[in-house]
Design a protein around this ligand. Structure first.
Ligand code: SF4
Length: 321
C-alpha cells in the first residue's frame, strides 16, 4: 500500500521542482531556437530567458514572477492501493499546493471569480484541478504537476469536416498571430492542439498536448506526426518570434492529440505552454519511494486505445440481442 505521507512529500517536492527547474526537453528546444533566431529582439529575449533559468535554479527561486496556476495529473496503476484511498490523496495534493505556495514561494494567483476571495494558498473551489487516468498491470501512482502560465493563450473553434486540413491550418495561424500581436502568452511556446472530441474533451486534449508531451515527441499516427512537424515549421514562418517580436522562433514544438467527435463537426483547440513551461513528474512506488523525471508519459497506447474490450463470455443480456 502506498503511504500517504510519501505521496504528500513527493507532491511538495514536485511543486518546487516545477516552479524552479525548467524541464530539459524545453531547455534543449529553446537552445536550438537561440541558435537559429534571426530577429534581434527575439534573440535578446531568448538569451535573457536562458540566463534567467540558470539564476532561478541557483537561487532556488521561481523562474517567473507569475507562477501560473498549479494543477495535478494523477495516473493510477490498476493494482495500486493508496493509504486512506483517493480522498486522502486529493487532500494531500491540496495540502502540498498550499504548503508550496508559502514555501517556494508561489504567487497566490487563485481567486474566486466574482468576489476575488484569495486564500493565499492557490486552493479554492475546484482548485487546483486534479485530472486522472489509469494504467493496466501497475501498482504505482504517477503524479505530475503543471504550473500553467499564459493565461490568455488558449482558443477554440468548431470547424466543419469540409474545412479540412486547410481550415485547421487557418485557425492555427489566426490563433498564433492573435496571441503574438496581443501578447497573450510569452513565446516561444510548446503549442498543443486538440482535434475532435466533444467541446470539453477538445479543450482538455489540447491542454494536455501542450503541457504533458515533451519537446521532440511525436504522435504515434505517422500522418499526425507529419502534421506536427509541418505545424512547427508553419508557426515559425509567420514573422514572429519571442514575445511576439519580429523573429523566426515562436513555436518550440507543436503537439497534436485527437479524439473521436460528432460526424457533423471537427472541433479544434489551441493552447500555449509558455516560456515558463513548468512541469515535474514522479512515480511513487508501492514502497513509497519516489522516482523523479520531467516526462509525464501521460499519453500511452492504453490511453489512446481505439477499440472495445469485449468480454470473452458475453453476458446473458447481450447474448439475447
Ligand atoms: S505567460 Fe508564462 S512566462 Fe509569461 S508571465 Fe505568464 S507565466 Fe511568466
Amino acid at each position: 500500500m502506498i503511504p500517504i505521507d510519501s505521496l504528500e512529500k513527493t507532491a511538495q517536492e514536485l511543486t518546487a521542482k516545477a516552479a524552479i527547474e525548467i524541464p530539459d526537453d524545453y531547455l534543449t528546444g529553446l537552445r536550438a531556437a537561440a541558435d537559429t533566431e534571426k530577429g534581434d529582439l527575439s534573440a535578446f529575449v531568448i538569451q535573457a530567458m536562458l540566463e534567467n533559468y540558470e539564476a532561478a535554479k541557483e537561487d532556488r527561486r521561481a523562474m517567473c514572477a507569475d507562477t501560473g496556476v498549479p494543477r495535478w495529473y494523477v495516473k493510477i496503476g490498476n493494482d495500486a492501493r493508496i493509504e486512506g484511498g483517493p480522498v486522502a490523496l486529493e487532500a494531500a495534493l491540496r495540502r502540498a499546493t498550499a504548503d508550496a505556495t508559502n514555501g517556494v514561494p508561489l504567487r497566490p494567483n487563485r481567486v474566486h471569480p466574482l468576489w476575488r476571495t484569495d486564500h493565499n494558498n492557490n486552493c479554492g473551489i475546484n482548485a487546483p484541478e486534479i485530472e486522472y487516468s489509469f494504467h493496466p498491470d501497475a501498482d504505482w501512482i504517477e503524479l505530475t504537476t503543471v504550473h500553467k502560465g499564459g493565461l490568455f493563450g488558449t482558443d477554440y473553434r468548431m470547424l466543419f469536416p469540409g474545412d479540412g486540413i486547410d481550415g485547421i491550418k487557418k485557425f492555427y495561424l489566426d490563433t498564433l498571430v492573435a496571441f503574438g500581436k496581443r501578447g497573450l502568452a510569452c513565446q516561444p511556446a510548446i503549442v498543443g492542439i486538440g482535434l475532435g472530441g466533444s467541446k470539453d474533451t477538445c479543450m482538455v486534449l489540447g491542454k494536455q498536448a501542450a503541457c504533458l508531451r515533451v519537446v521532440g515527441s511525436r504522435n504515434p499516427d505517422p500522418k499526425i506526426a507529419a502534421l506536427e512537424d509541418e505545424f512547427k515549421e508553419l508557426g515559425n514562418s509567420i514573422g514572429m518570434g519571442a514575445m511576439g517580436f519580429m523573429g523566426t522562433n515562436m513555436v518550440v514544438d507543436c503537439n497534436i492529440e485527437v479524439g473521436y467527435c460528432h460526424t457533423g463537426g471537427m472541433p479544434m483547440s489551441v493552447h500555449m505552454f509558455c516560456l515558463s513551461s513548468r512541469r515535474a513528474c514522479a512515480r511513487v512506488l508501492d514502497s513509497g519511494k519516489a522516482e523523479y523525471r520531467t516526462d509525464p508519459q501521460w499519453f500511452t497506447d492504453y490511453s489512446r486505445r481505439e477499440g472495445v474490450e469485449w468480454l470473452t463470455e458475453q453476458p446473458a443480456s447481450r447474448q439475447s440481442v
